[in-house]
Design a protein around this ligand. Structure first.
Ligand code: FES
Length: 168
């Protein structure tokens, strides 16, 4: 329900702060993605209605920028670089190992508890540390190898448990 979901309330409070200015659409979408982690259809409709911007324009902006996601993502996102330098140093095997450890079939899927998803990304500008992996907001792992993956996954699974416990 839109009205009882605190995230919608927080999003509306943000739009109110900026006086529902339609020229701030990108900022609003960023805020929405921070709150929801991705941009579900009902959120986009809510934004379109509140800012009085046609849905087609909202969708156009969302699909133009690749940092906006219209597909569900995990609360902890694992981004494996598959740019050239990382790929030649085994980034694809690192990716496979993350998928295996998390029981995922393919990149972009979310674990059943909604906590993890694994994504391929292009060069993140740290080729000298290839292959590299980014986890969550700011954790960086360089010179990765498939055998380092289980320990890292274990660490984040513990974190995921703490996040769940903190909410119950
Ligand atoms: S190719 Fe991965 S950091 Fe550049």
């Amino acid at each position: 329900m839109v009205s009882t979901d605190k995230r919608f309330q927080a999003l509306e409070a943000y739009m109110e702060e900026i006086n529902y200015d339609p020229s701030m659409l990108i900022n609003v979408l960023h805020r929405a993605q921070q709150l929801f982690l991705w941009l579900p259809k009902d959120v986009l409709e809510f934004i379109s209605e509140k800012l009085k911007v046609p849905k087609s324009k909202v969708m156009g902006v969302v699909s133009f920028y690749n940092f906006f996601s219209t597909k569900p993502v995990g609360r902890i996102q694992i981004k494996v670089c598959l740019g050239t330098a990382c790929y030649v140093k085994g980034g694809d095997r690192v990716m496979e190992r993350f998928l295996e450890e998390l029981g995922l079939q393919e990149e972009g899927q979310v674990t059943p508890d909604g906590m993890f998803s694994v994504h391929a990304v292009r060069c993140v500008g740290a080729c000298s540390m290839a292959p590299v992996v980014l986890i969550g907001e700011s954790d960086f792992y360089g010179r990765m190898s498939p055998d380092k993956v289980p320990r890292i996954v274990k660490k984040y699974k513990r974190l995921a448990e703490q996040m769940k416990e903190g909410e119950s």
